[in-house]
Design a protein around this ligand. Structure first.
Ligand SMILES: [Zn+2]
Length: 200
């Protein structure tokens, strides 16, 4: 003990990886983040799991709530195999789909598909033409500036954790503002730094 001063501190990691005991919160049961409480699972991995893995409704809801707490609007549960980024919308049945850039907290950009009529998120389109062209066409050339101006107009606060921004309250933001935030969330967070807990 005296020769390994500090090296044998108890490791939380071991405790959370073990799933035989009831862990501290909902966990994924598969993959490289198996047994890790959802708050410690990277956003991209959660999004991937929601999009591709058949999750139980409990884990699904927990993962959605976790993403929401990070200011990320998760994809809705796929009701049927036909519910996808091509449309039609599985909520309202409309066939017209919007494609917009969505920048994640690690800077990766995806083409977010959503129903043109009701706004239902339909997942991600491939990052290829014509979806990327469509996203480019609707992208702002000055998104970070636009976010700040529009948020001010709408009385919405932009909160940044240094990696991603979100609107507070999210529900008060217009669709246009949400689109802009999705477009440049990571970039804007880099400009603002961590603003949590600061006055304004
Ligand atoms: Zn719809």
């Amino acid at each position: 003990m005296d020769s390994t001063n500090g090296r044998d501190a108890p490791t939380d990691t071991l405790g959370t990886v073990t799933v035989s005991d009831q862990p501290a919160g909902p966990c994924l049961w598969f993959g490289k983040h198996k047994g890790i409480p959802l708050p410690d699972v990277p956003t991209d991995y959660l999004l991937w799991a929601l999009a591709t893995v058949k999750l139980s409704s409990g884990i699904w809801a927990a993962a959605v709530a976790e993403l929401a707490s990070r200011g990320i609007q998760p994809p809705l549960r796929r009701e049927s195999p036909s519910a996808c980024w091509r449309g039609p919308c599985h909520r309202c049945g409309d066939r017209q789909v919007n494609y917009r850039w969505h920048e994640y907290r690690n800077g990766v950009r995806q083409v977010r598909a959503s129903c043109a009529r009701c706004g239902q998120q339909l997942g991600h389109a491939p990052r290829t033409s014509p979806y990327t062209d469509e996203a480019d066409r609707h992208a702002s050339e000055t998104p970070t500036l636009d976010v700040l101006l529009l948020a001010e107009q709408e009385g919405v606060k932009i909160v940044s954790d240094g990696q991603q921004v979100h609107c507070e309250p999210w529900g008060k933001a217009s669709e246009k503002l949400k689109d802009l935030v999705r477009q440049c969330g990571h970039q804007l967070a880099g400009l603002l730094g961590d603003t949590r807990g600061k006055g304004c």
